[in-house]
Design a binder for this molecule. Structure first.
Ligand code: FSX
Ligand code: SF4
Ligand code: F3S
Length: 361
């Protein structure tokens, strides 16, 4: 019988006050309302640390890099204290046979209870020879590990939808995880995904002990329920027909909308314009770069990143954006800026409410 999360915390000298703060932070990260903190406390008092296996296949390891760079103070606790990270090639101390033993022991000793996190796609062409670890193909390792798993999370676009590994002509037969198992896979796409979103999804699993509400592509609705475009701070410029026409033009300097430069924000579901990156500092569009749609399936094959496409796949109601400038009245920059603030505050509120509603379901 292992220790509960609270018992482990006590053994590490964590005070009750710090523990409660950790629970409050965990609730926030899981997208739960503050009234759910008691639920988190109760869960952490009763639950044992879940065993975790983190697999790496065809990928660049940026998902791990993103995860460990979460600036949130709870990160260290989630990674090192709350999760029992038994096997992960990039972060664990053992190597070679010791590492394999660690993986086998975790599976044998935690049947039906361990969580599997998968980073990267799995090559299926030519007997799977394009990704082998310890003489075994990625596919055979995946199937063995998933057999007795309690939950499966696919980190990043590679594991969720193939990403660059699966881009045409996909010579290795790179395949996303959900296509190789009957189990429900929680897809957390993005190249890489946002650290706070990754922590939030894991925390949701830990706290509620259940898979979060998913959309039709297996993505947690609480983080992938809105398009980047919906809460983009440049959205008022889009609405006003103020577009960047070429890099470093006057519009670019003024922060106009990047739609005509190829921005995929209108067809991309991610939390970038709400959560942002690097502890809420910025996100690609705020840094002057268009969204390239990194969480969306097939984004490498959906046309050049820096070219405006008249109709994106799935692009609907706003396909008249090219002409919107002609019909929208004149808005002063100050007016646009004020609108941006109000719009984003309002939209953040809407998203917060939606999250709470989702939790009630
Ligand atoms: Fe893929 Fe992870 Fe792109 Fe990299 O490792 S989602 S290549 S940024 O990050 O799998
Ligand atoms: Fe939408 Fe992109 Fe323009 Fe932002 S920059 S408003 S996401 S089209
Ligand atoms: Fe990716 Fe677009 Fe965000 S490219 S990082 S979803 S702004």
């Amino acid at each position: 019988m292992g220790h509960t999360i609270w018992e482990e915390a006590q053994q590490k000298g964590v005070s009750r006050r710090d523990f409660l703060q950790l629970c409050a932070a965990a609730a926030a990260m899981a997208g739960l309302s503050q009234s759910s903190v008691a639920q988190v406390v109760s869960a952490f008092e009763k639950k044992e640390k879940p065993a975790v296996v983190w697999l790496h296949f065809q990928e660049c390891t940026c998902c791990s890099e993103s995860f460990i760079r979460s600036t949130h103070p709870i990160m260290a606790e989630v990674l090192l204290d709350v999760l029992s990270l038994n096997y992960t090639e990039t972060l664990m101390a053992p190597a070679g046979f010791q590492a394999e033993k660690s993986l086998n022991d975790t599976i044998q000793n935690n049947k039906g209870k361990y969580i599997v996190l998968v980073e990267g796609a799995v090559p299926t062409h030519d007997g799977g020879v394009y990704c082998m670890i310890g003489g075994k193909t990625a596919e055979s390792i995946l199937k063995t590990v998933l057999q007795d798993a309690a939950a499966v999370i696919a980190w990043g676009s590679c594991a969720s939808n193939g990403c660059i590994q699966g881009a045409k002509p996909n010579p290795t037969g790179a395949t996303p995880i959900y296509k190789l198992t009957d189990k429900t896979v929680i897809n957390v796409p993005g190249c890489p995904p946002i650290a706070e979103v990754m922590v939030g999804v894991v925390t949701h699993l830990l706290v509620l002990g259940q898979i979060p509400a998913l959309d039709s592509q297996g993505r947690p609705k609480e983080f992938y329920g809105r398009r980047v475009h919906d809460t983009c701070y440049r959205r008022p410029n889009y609405d006003a027909g103020l577009f960047v026409e070429s890099w470093d033009d006057e519009g670019a300097r003024k922060g106009y909308c990047l739609y005509k430069m190829g921005c995929r924000g209108p067809v991309t579901y991610n939390a970038c314009s709400v959560t942002k990156w690097n502890g809420g500092l910025s996100y690609p569009i705020q840094s002057g770069h268009n969204c390239i749609g990194c969480p969306e399936a097939g984004y490498w094959d959906n046309g050049p990143f820096y070219q405006h496409l008249a109709s994106f796949p799935g692009f609907g109601i706003e396909s008249t954006a090219d002409t919107v400038g002609a019909v929208v009245g004149v808005a002063t920059l100050a007016g646009v800026a004020a609108h941006a603030v109000v719009t984003n505050v309002r939209k953040r509120k809407v998203i917060a409410e939606v999250h709470v509603e989702d939790q009630k379901e």
